[in-house]
Design a protein around this ligand. Sequence first.
Ligand SMILES: [Zn+2]
Length: 329
Amino acid sequence: MNRVMQIEFPGFFDLQVNGFAGVDLNSDLATPEAAHRAIERMRGTGVTRFLATLVTSSFERFAKCAKTLTRTGHPAIAGFHMEGPYISPEDGPRGAHPREHVIPASTDDFSRRQDAAGGRIRLVTLAPEAGGAIELIEHLVGLGIRVAIGHTAASPEQIRDAVKAGATLSTHLGNGCANQLPRHPNFIWEQLAADDLFASLIVDGHHLPPATVKAMVRAKTPQRTLLVTDAVAAAGGPPGVYQLNGQEVVATAEGRVFRPGAPWLAGSALTLERAVGNAARFTGLPLEQILPMASSRPAKFLGLQTSGRVTADWDAADCRLSNVKVFDV
Ligand SMILES: [Zn+2]
């Protein structure tokens, strides 16, 4: 019996893409043409829509990157995910975000960035404990913008306040936090237990151990789990040195991405079709329950639709998607 079967599903929708195929979307040197090329390459992994993710940086840099991406005019860009700058300044929770550009949350700063982004910021990841964060969450929710909790050292109570104010997602849950936490209570349990929060997970085998992925998906349920890549320029390319937000990152042959000299992961080299395979392998769930985590569900989370269809070969024994082809985009 042939264990590989051809399957068809809606185009993937990735809420978190910092770069792809050698192109850093956070670089002030990026061009619309380079971004366009990167997006076309990403399409080869089944991604037909995504949020271009702009991480913590100065207003000037943010504005320049947002304008470049807007000029790209590629229909796959469904908007922006603004990750930072209203995050924890602490080493660990801050991850690879530059400390000098971490600032308190304010509606003024956000409005300035939203103007620079042409009104296309659809998702904001922030730390609930940042000054002004709760007020900003209420403001953003009023505007129809989704708010995610991430890069945080919040107390369980601050998590509850953020949820009450309208936050609906945990960004890359289990990452962007301190290496050591009190066993309980802590903000991971609090977010796992919050039924109003979806969780995005980076399932590359480096960001979260398999058992953690399995336990998190069971806690959140497949219906509230979203697969993201958090891809940087190294994704879709060979191992080597790449740029992220103006700084060097190294991608190993195993797909681990880090800043030289720093212990934290700096995004991933993951592609979404591999994330789907990994998630199926780690959780033991059938593919029909995994695929929506990377397509219809993130789209619906934003109040959007997926675009196009994908065919691929599914090897159920190896949990691997291959021969990915996109059509009807
Ligand atoms: Zn992050």
